[in-house]
Ligand binder design. Structure first.
Ligand code: COI
Length: 379
């Protein structure tokens, strides 16, 4: 019999006494000279240019403390760090958006904060309080506000990461951790039109079936994908389509993104479980679809069902969702010698409408009926 899944195995419980209801108030050390003038936003590759400053905070003696915003640069890391040796590291991915009137917004940051907490607990890392997390982001973005791009479709990508920073190679929880936030001005994650072309991965898996790390934003999950996605790229694909770890039959994710299929008027996305990341974009799209009256089913979908729909002409659209890639149309998914392509040319009408609506809310172009955005005060 399969043992019941227990609650958190008891990750260390940190103290937040210092920041309970007070402003985080990090110490700020500014750069002598900004690198912003060198930024060529039109030609910036995703994630290669970082803004002037980063947020840093350390966990030691049983508490998180000493928040600071300092010039972006290397952080001390012992060769014996558990993060380096055993991947005790978790992260988040978010963006800050500049509206037409210059207002800066974050999108559902408390959701990322909650997911980071869950990831920390899964990796036995003392979690960061949700308010501390959001305050850290807001403080950093206020300092680097000029780095949030004004070009259409561009945003400031935010990468919070928490990792073990103790000097020992025993496999056990650390006594010292570091929480860093860096930011990067970014444009579109995928360039080129016609929709993504995905290789169905039938050997490697992103995550074992149950009890693994798949639902956490653990650095190790991403390391495990590089071999397959690099192989897929060499074969001319944009990414891989992951199948489940047990039967290699059920669709799980598309590369580093959640995935949706529109079949015969209904929309299907694989359900969140131990092996699928609870994407903030995924959750938001489900809400927006239901707002439009489009039925959404969170249920397992086998690759042969997708093929059957394509053969029958009922596979209308396919798209992937993530913070970095937003809503990315999928144009082609060959499987065992047969093309799986949607009936509608990518991006299909629903994919395009969801992209417009989601980014409209994020950039403040349209109303935000669910109260998802948080303004970053810069003054
Ligand atoms: C994101 O979409 O923000 C992700 O975390 C994917 C990333 C690894 C580029």
């Amino acid at each position: 019999m399969k043992p019941a899944r227990t609650a958190s195995p008891g990750a260390p419980k940190p103290h937040f006494a210092t920041y309970g209801k007070m402003a985080l108030n990090p110490k700020i050390v500014r750069v002598r000279s900004s690198r912003l003038a060198d930024l060529d936003m039109e030609n910036t590759v995703f994630g290669e240019v970082f803004s002037d400053h980063m947020f840093s905070m350390v966990y030691q003696n049983g508490r998180w403390g000493s928040p600071e915003i300092v010039p972006y640069g290397p952080v001390p890391l012992s060769p014996a760090s558990i993060a380096l040796n055993y991947a005790q590291a978790v992260f988040e991915g978010m963006k800050a958006y500049r509206g037409a009137d210059g207002t800066l917004r974050l999108f559902r940051p408390y959701r990322n904060a909650a997911r980071l907490r869950a990831s920390c607990e899964r990796l036995c890392i003392p979690p960061i309080g949700e308010q501390v997390f959001v305050d850290a982001l807001k403080a950093l973005i206020a300092v680097d506000a000029d780095w949030v791009p004004a070009l259409p479709g561009c945003a400031l990508y935010i990468r919070p990461v928490v990792f073990s920073a103790e000097d020992h190679i025993e496999v056990r929880p650390s006594r010292r951790y570091r929480f860093i936030v860096v930011t990067a001005p970014v444009g579109r994650y995928f360039t080129g039109g016609g929709g993504l072309s995905l290789k169905v991965e039938e050997y490697y898996t992103r995550s074992p079936a149950e009890g693994g790390l798949g639902a956490s934003k653990a650095a190790a999950n991403y390391a495990g994908t590089i071999l397959s996605s690099e192989g897929a790229r060499r074969e001319g694909f944009d990414q891989v389509l992951w199948l489940d770890g047990r039967e290699r039959r059920y669709v799980e994710e598309a590369g580093l993104m959640n995935v949706f299929f529109k079949i015969g008027g209904r929309t299907v996305t694989p359900p969140i479980g131990d092996s699928i990341l609870p994407g903030v974009t995924r959750d938001s799209l489900i809400t927006l679809l239901r707002d439009r009256g489009v039925p959404v089913e969170e249920q397992r979908i086998a690759i042969d069902e997708v093929l059957a729909a394509a053969r029958a002409g009922t596979l209308e659209e396919m798209f992937a969702s993530a913070t970095a890639a937003v809503v990315a149309p999928i144009g082609n998914l060959p499987w065992r010698g047969e093309a799986i392509a949607p009936r509608e040319a990518a991006p299909g009408p629903l994919t395009g409408a969801l992209y417009e609506e989601l980014t409209g809310i994020q950039f403040g172009r349209i109303a935000d009926p669910h109260g998802w955005t948080e303004i970053v005060e810069t003054g």
